[in-house]
Ligand binder design. Structure first.
Ligand code: PEP
Ligand code: MG
Length: 874
């Protein structure tokens, strides 16, 4: 068995394709060395060795240790220095490194190999101060990381010495101070462990390797893997490498860089450099690093080589790289490289530039931009989130991404009137209802105390691409006093707050915003995306404006038009809707519906026109009717309704009683409405066909698809299909024209998925309503999930919010099964999904692989879905 892989300039036993065996760090070190870059020689102990170590009871087998010793000999001969030899001292760094970068494991031990004899040799060669400074750093790090001695015990000694000697900075300590400190530090080992510091360098190495292996199984690391669903890894690798020193005077230094600017993508080295320093000095922020240009002037040779190496690495990895390096006495050493993390703007520019430079092709470029990157680009962002960390007052669910800054208001009316005065407002509500949409639209951001990722506020806000934080249980809204308690802060009407809809943070005050950066590069990039994907992307849109936004973002039609969202568009409309709801007799209802018909027809005309040439899927009325009642206490409601409808108070009371439900989400809604009140479906269908025919006569290409919600049995669907086709025939003969259309259904009740073959006999298309399907499959109320979801996530009972990321195992199984059964019964059945998951990248990938024809999502997520669909196709 081979456990150990050595590397050094021009020769390596490993390569970058061996991440699962050598870990990310080890594989990249091997690769860099093998393509001829100066990498301090070293060896990587494989992840399989870690696995063996755990299997045989946390022991390093003799076979493994022999390989380590052999590998070390190679390294020693390579560099001409030897572990434990005071005349030619070799110091080592020891680091963990799994296949996936993973916090929670042992990080780094530097300067391993020092003891009283070796330090004297090092002092003779490289100066006393340097040698003893290295020694005391090693004692501290080794004690902490390998033996678990609290760092504070060492820190106390250091602080005590500095105060006794009246020194401010560590760098003020002299060589003899440091010698003294070394003795104190050795004392710490005795105090804390009752044992002497292990002075044998081989023993130090053995303990360090074991500590790395043990850290794989630490509670922190296990927890991290469980939360992030990382499984199937063998263990961590251990990287043992010759130390090089950036702190050997003014011809030495250390730095980190990105080969291109990670924020903007600009093709220019971007990094920091410190003269006469070690890596930890940069990380600890003790000294302010310099711009890389400082290196150009002070170490021109090393700089030149660094620039060449960056080019070599980009050409080799075909990506933007993140690099760590050290210069020891004018000689450059490469310490680490990996692909660099970047912002959305950076990712798009880098991908497009690299195609133009001929470094990658468009297929590869598609994989260089993450769907989350696009999300960043399509919403306003905070200029620098790190600046507001201390101002965060509370955290809710990241319901709709982007950033918002505005003055707090507590009612939809205030939001609209303040907005009309040109103010930016954030609407704060316990929860929102359809009645609030005007105010929500007027607001720059929405904050609610209740509701999950598919609550009304979340869905509506995402539809508009508006920032929203929902389910923020740390806030208490007091509407009557117009104050809200956010964490410990009392925020009044008119106070400024900021919301981060991408993280759920609620922030005090006015934080700085950066506008969405839509560039020509993004457009170019998206044309590549569309060349590769098979899955169609449609949009959920309820108004002509949303439809146009969707179209501009590349939507290929409307996959869901929720007809009820226009009911609140004006006072006259809502009055007519309320008359319809309150109607007791059929005549009353019909006359209310007659009032609504022209409004609906006008809405559909607008949407058909905006989507000229593309399909528009219109869903018949779905929500429980009581959602359209006014808000407030019962007196207010009755008062308002008597005015709106002209009915008596008694009539209204009795009607409201009938409307109230224990479980409205499972109650009188969906197709149950249209079956109980056929005249309601008739009015909607009539409006659709009248609009479609009149626009067709104006030369607009209209493809209506009528969708019946919340079907559970084929009989329900059959009832509505007959009704729809009947009305179509009537309108066609009245208007003397016909047109082709489709009738289909949503699959959002689990039973419908189970009997999908029977349902498909009645339906020309299926559209999975994954919001309701998730709600009913889990039995979690969409509107109340915010109460326990954070607890479930924190305890690892759920890995994700299932209303955000599709549950592939459960809900996904229903989707696959229903698709198969549906297509078996009707081979040309069109199948799509229109729940919120239609814009979530991992869910989109699942739908593409399940063979669906399309996803439909909010207009702002259309580009994200297009990219996610392309990435599974390339
Ligand atoms: C769904 O249930 O997934 C859906 C799209 O419909 P709604 O969110 O309107 O219930
Ligand atoms: Mg639904």
């Amino acid at each position: 068995e081979v456990w150990v892989f050595t590397f050094g300039k021009g020769r390596s036993e490993g390569h970058k394709g061996m991440k699962s065996l050598l870990g990310g760090k080890g594989a990249n070190l091997a690769e860099m060395a093998s393509i001829g870059l100066s990498v301090p020689p070293g060896l990587t102990i494989s992840t399989e060795a870690c696995n063996e170590y755990q299997q045989i009871g946390k022991k390093l087998s003799q076979g493994l240790w022999d390989e380590v010793t052999d590998g070390l000999k190679m390294v020693e001969n390579d560099i001409g220095a030897f572990l434990g030899d005071p005349t030619k001292p070799l110091l080592l760094s020891v680091r963990s490194g799994a296949a996936i970068s993973m916090p929670g494991m042992m990080d780094t031990v530097l300067n391993l190999g020092l003891n009283d004899e070796v330090v004297a040799g090092l002092a003779a060669k490289s100066g006393e101060r340097f040698a003893y400074d290295s020694y005391r750093r090693f004692l501290d790090m080794f004690g902490g990381v390998v033996l678990g001695i609290p760092h504070s015990l060492f820190e106390e000694k250091l602080e005590k010495m500095k105060s006794e000697k009246d020194l401010k900075l560590d760098t003020d300590l002299t060589a003899s101070d440091l010698k003294e400190l070394v003795e104190e530090y050795k004392g710490v080992y005795l105090e804390a462990k009752g044992e002497k510091f292990p002075s044998d360098p081989k023993k130090q190495l053995e303990l360090a390797v074991k500590a790395v292996f043990d850290s794989w199984d630490s509670p922190r690391a296990i927890k991290y893997r469980s939360i992030n669903q990382i499984s199937g890894l063998k263990g961590t690798a251990v990287n043992i490498q010759c130390m090089v020193f950036g702190n050997m005077g003014n011809t030495s230094g250390t730095g980190v860089l990105f080969t291109r600017n990670p924020s903007t993508g600009e093709k220019k080295l971007y990094g920091e450099f410190l003269i006469n320093a070690q890596g930890e000095d940069v990380v600890a922020g003790i000294r302010t690093p310099l711009d890389l240009d400082a290196m150009k002037n002070s170490m021109p040779e090393a700089y030149k080589e660094l620039v060449e190496n960056c080019e070599i690495l980009e050409g080799h990895y075909k990506d933007m790289m993140d690099i760590e390096f050290t210069v020891q006495e004018n000689r450059l050493w490469m310490l680490q490289c990996r692909t660099g993390k970047r912002t959305g703007a950076g990712a798009v520019k880098i991908a497009v530039d690299m195609v133009n430079e001929g470094l990658v092709d468009s297929r590869a470029a598609i994989k260089m931009v993450e769907p989350q990157h696009l999300d960043q680009l399509l919403h306003p962002q905070f200029e620098d989130p790190s600046t507001y960390k201390d101002e965060v007052m509370a955290k809710g669910l990241p319901a709709s991404p982007g950033a918002a800054v505005g003055q707090v208001v507590f009612s939809a009316e205030d939001a609209e009137s303040w907005h009309a005065q040109g103010k930016a407002v954030i609407l704060v509500r316990t929860e929102t209802s359809p009645e609030d949409v005007g105010g929500m639209h007027a607001a720059v951001g929405i904050l609610t105390a209740r509701g999950g990722m598919t609550s009304h506020a979340a869905v509506v806000a995402r539809g508009w691409g508006k920032c929203c934080v929902s389910g923020c249980s740390e806030i208490r809204v007091n509407d009557s006093e117009k104050v809200v308690l956010i964490g410990d802060n009392v925020v009044k009407e008119g106070d400024w707050i900021s919301l981060n809809g991408s993280t759920g943070e609620v922030i005090l005050g006015k934080q700085l915003l950066a506008p969405p950066a839509l560039t020509g590069d993004l457009e170019t990039f998206m044309t590549w995306v569309d060349e590769f994907r098979r899955l169609k992307v449609m949009a959920n849109a309820d108004t002509p404006e949303d439809a146009l936004a969707a179209r501009n973002n590349g939507a290929e039609g409307i996959g869901l038009c929720r007809t009820e969202h226009m009911f609140f568009a004006s006072d006259e409309r809502i009055k007519a809707v309320r008359k319809m709801i309150m109607a007791v007799t059929l005549e009353q209802r019909k006359s209310a519906l007659d009032l609504l018909l022209p409004y609906q027809r006008a809405d559909f005309e607008g949407i058909f026109r905006a989507m000229d040439g593309l399909p528009v899927t219109i869903r018949l009325l779905d929500p429980p009717l009581h959602e359209f009642l006014p808000e407030g206490d019962i007196e207010q409601i009755v008062g308002e309704l008597t005015v709106d409808t002209g009915m008596s108070e008694d009539e209204i009371y009795s009607r409201i009683e009938k409307l109230s439900e224990v479980n409205p989400m499972l109650g009188f809604r969906g197709c149950r409405l249209g079956i109980s009140y056929p005249e309601l479906s008739e009015m909607q269908v009539r409006a659709i066909f009248q609009a479609a025919i009149s626009l067709t006569s104006q030369g607009v290409k209209v493809f209506p698809e009528i969708m019946v919600p919340l079907i559970g049995t084929p009989q329900e669907l059959s009832h509505q299909v007959t009704l729809i086709r009947g009305v179509a025939e009537k309108v066609f003969s009245e208007m003397g024209a016909t047109l082709s259309y489709k009738v289909g259904t949503m699959i959002e009740v689990p039973r419908a998925a189970l009997v999908a073959d029977e349902i498909a006999k009645e339906a020309e298309f299926f559209s999975f309503g994954t919001n309701d399907l998730t709600q009913m499959t889990y039995g979690y109320s969409r509107d109340d999930v915010g109460k326990f979801l954070p607890i479930y996530l924190a305890k690892g009972i759920l890995q994700h919010d299932p209303f955000e990321v599709l549950d592939q195992k459960g809900v996904g199984q229903l989707i696959k099964m229903a698709t198969e059964r549906g297509r078996a019964a009707r081979p040309n059945l069109k199948v799509g999904i229109c729940g919120e998951h239609g814009g979530e990248p991992s869910s989109v990938a699942f739908f593409a692989e399940a063979g669906l024809d399309y996803v439909s999502c909010s207009p702002f997520r259309v580009p994200i879905a297009r990219l996610a669909a392309a990435q599974v196709a390339v």
